[in-house]
Design a protein around this ligand. Structure first.
Ligand SMILES: [Zn+2]
Length: 267
């Protein structure tokens, strides 16, 4: 069914265990050394059988989806889209979560990869051409120089792997939160936050070891919130801050700031 889309793309892929090429074996991808990965009828491949279970629940993803659908990130998504070369045919969204951004930015051939099986199951719902994979950023199931654009949106990076799978003139587009990002929630949480103030400089210096930074674009927006949206943003805080919002008073959250930087880089 929707899993068949993988068998047309084996040339772009490689075994994440040993790096050899895939070919079709029944309803699975099989490498030259016999590592075999079933293509699920739900339209994804699970490349990381030892992945730890996700700590994110359905309610959290539902909140996140409502926030994205309400348009809080539309301007940011538009900026990422504008930075994608027009002729980019192969896209990898590395750390794609539930795939909402992936779907908004998809091109002819688009891989979405995340270590969370729950996230990929949500992403794959409803079918479609995107090649969803449960996988590890440090062992991408993609061939060398196979990808035109890597999207790395609010997600950890592995620059050696990114450099390997990108074509020589490929682009890396990375979105990172800035110091004002969701500052209204940070103010509510005060000293309960485990993470400090965001600084991009460690991110940029790490990226610059393997990539050349072509451009960086800061985007800052503050939006009013409805009561329901305030609850949704608070429910999302484990994704954002690694801490539980607990019994925070959502009625105190009347607006929200989106403050991010888009880093545009090349090998
Ligand atoms: Zn293998």
């Amino acid at each position: 069914m929707s899993g068949g889309k993988f068998f047309d793309k084996t040339g772009l892929m490689r075994c994440p265990v040993c790096g050899t090429a895939f070919s079709r074996s029944g309803n699975a991808l099989r490498c030259e050394n016999g590592h075999t990965f079933d293509v699920s009828r739900k339209g994804y491949v699970h490349f990381a059988p030892n992945a730890s279970p996700s700590r994110y629940d359905e309610a959290l993803f539902a909140s996140r989806r409502r926030i994205l659908e309400a348009g809080f990130f539309d301007a940011v998504i538009d900026a990422v889209r504008a930075a994608m070369p027009a002729d980019a045919g192969v896209v990898l969204d590395a750390g794609c979560g539930d795939g909402t951004f992936t779907k908004a930015l998809a091109r002819e051939t688009t891989f979405g990869l995340d270590l969370s099986k729950d996230a990929i199951l949500l992403a794959a719902r409803g079918g479609g051409p995107i090649l969803w994979t449960v996988g590890d950023l440090t062992k991408l199931p993609l061939a060398d120089a196979s990808v035109d654009v890597i999207l790395n949106l609010f997600s950890p990076a592995h620059y050696a792997e990114f450099a390997r799978v990108l074509k020589p003139d490929g682009r890396l587009l990375k979105l990172v939160p800035q110091e004002g990002y969701l500052r209204e929630i940070r103010a509510l949480m005060e000293d309960r936050l485990r993470r400090g103030i965001y600084s991009n400089e460690p991110v940029v210096s790490h990226l610059s070891e393997r990539f050349t930074l072509l451009d960086r674009r800061r985007m800052t927006f503050t939006y009013p919130l409805s009561a329901e949206q305030a609850e949704d943003f608070l429910r999302m805080t484990p994704l954002t801050f690694g801490a539980d919002a607990g019994e925070l008073d959502a009625s105190k959250l009347t607006e929200i700031t989106i403050d991010v930087e888009l880093l545009i880089a090349q090998k």
